[in-house]
Design a protein around this ligand. Structure first.
Ligand code: AMP
Ligand code: MG
Length: 404
């Protein structure tokens, strides 16, 4: 059986080239940048005042107190009319261009103004505290015109949107969002809006996987339920193969009605692997159509296994398909709050909850009541990772966690 790392590598090898499209900046949050972005300007565009106050010459501040004549006022959006001469100051607001030759701006709080009867204004400075910058941000400190500032593969967050707006990118080139068909299999399944009869349960994997796929930045195409029946599976799998990815749940284990691998192969999906060394999720099936046009994941049906396999294997694939680094779940280290017995001979990803106490991140594996216990699962905020090489973990041990 292959390891989790080998499985991931085999999956990512099947990801073909990414195609792009141009969209409006306002619609780009969460998308993946597919072009190099260059600044079209210097930022700030001029030497600008970082405070409200008076632009001065530092040489005028050598002996204090000093009284300087106010020659003009510049608010943000205006430009100064005159350079500074010795003995003169310009009243200036935050963001406004400082007058030529000025090398400091004294904060208004550190000044006093007076006016002569003939209307001439004066500013008196008795004591100043100037930072090294002199409260002036020099032109181009943040951005230089022509400079490369964002690279392809970057996920666009509100922070990137602010920067893209600053450099005038109303349209951006992003990768196309992968479409993901989601198909639940099982004779026992009924839709969420139905009341299960004897022997039936509701299809919870469909909505669960749809939400996980959406959260991973891809576009889910829910296909509902396929019966454990060759014809029904064939019809719905064929529909699923029209999308970039097909995610099935159920029907990949060793039961008499686990028909998914057989149907996939009949429809031209080549198996890359079946079964991975992990718990839960061992029966995971993965393959691709010959031209790699559709990647196919057969996830085990139990909801916890489906969740773990989707987050560990489908998610990185979706990120790679979207042109982003195939980072999986965010990892961390936490201190085990209770002892834990590793019963499997396979690496285990166990639903758990982290919390902060006394400046430390603790992790508590959940006491769930079997693989279908979704109620306890909702207490989880991570998967605690227990490698196979150790059976007994003690409270206080440091372990890896994967944040859900
Ligand atoms: P399977 O992998 O098809 O053998 O299913 C394993 C277990 O998961 C069985 O108990 C199924 O009833 C359950 N299961 C399968 N599919 C779903 C689903 N879509 N929603 C909830 N439970 C499911
Ligand atoms: Mg089944």
């Amino acid at each position: 059986m292959i390891s989790v790392e080998q499985a991931l590598q085999l999956i990512l090898q099947q990801v073909g080239p990414v195609t792009g499209e141009s969209i409006l900046l306002a619609e780009s949050c969460g998308r993946v940048l597919a072009e190099e972005i260059f600044s079209d300007l210097d930022s700030p565009p001029h030497d600008k005042s970082m405070v409200d106050g008076y632009a001065v010459l530092r040489s005028d501040l050598e002996t204090l107190p000093v009284k300087l004549r106010v020659q003009e006022e510049v608010t943000a959006g205006e430009v100064p009319q005159a350079p500074l001469q010795p003995g003169v100051a310009t009243r200036i607001m935050t963001g406004a261009p400082v007058p030529a030759t000025a090398d400091a701006v004294v904060m208004v709080e550190q000044t006093q103004t007076t006016s002569d009867p003939d209307g001439v204004e004066w500013v008196e400075i008795a004591e100043v505290r100037l930072p090294k910058s002199g409260n002036i941000m020099l032109q181009g400190t943040s951005l230089r015109a022509g400079e490369a500032i964002l690279s392809p593969g970057r996920i666009i967050r509100p922070l990137e949107i602010g920067l893209l707006a600053e450099v005038g990118r109303n349209q951006v080139q992003v990768s196309q969002v992968p479409s993901v068909a989601i198909l639940s299999t099982g004779n026992e399944l009924v839709n969420v809006d139905q009341s299960p009869q004897a022997g039936q349960i509701r299809n919870s994997n469909g909505p669960l996987l749809t939400a996980l796929v959406q959260r991973a930045g891809a576009s889910p195409v829910p296909l509902g339920i396929a019966r454990d029946d060759i014809d029904d599976l064939r019809k719905l799998v064929a529909r699923g193969l029209e999308e970039d990815v097909l995610v099935l749940s159920g029907g990949v284990s060793a039961g008499v009605l686990d028909l998914v691998p057989q149907v996939l192969q009949e429809l031209g999906v080549e198996q890359v692997f079946h079964k991975v060394e992990l718990k839960p999720g061992k029966p995971l099936w993965f393959g691709a159509t010959a031209n790699r046009e559709t990647l196919v994941f057969g996830l085990p049906g139990n909801p916890v296994s489906s969740l773990v396999c989707c987050e560990l294997f489908v998610r990185p694939a979706l990120m790679a398909l979207a042109g982003a680094p195939a980072e999986g779940l965010e990892r961390g280290i936490a201190t085990l709050a209770d002892s834990f017995q590793q019963r499997a001979a396979r690496p285990t990803f166990f639903p758990a909850r982290t919390y902060l106490e006394n400046g430390q991140t603790w992790v508590q594996p959940l006491a769930w009541k079997g693989s279908a216990d979704q109620r306890t699962l909702t207490d989880a905020n991570c998967l605690a990772y227990f490698p196979a090489d150790k059976n007994q973990y003690e409270a206080g041990d440091s372990i890896s966690i994967y944040r859900l």
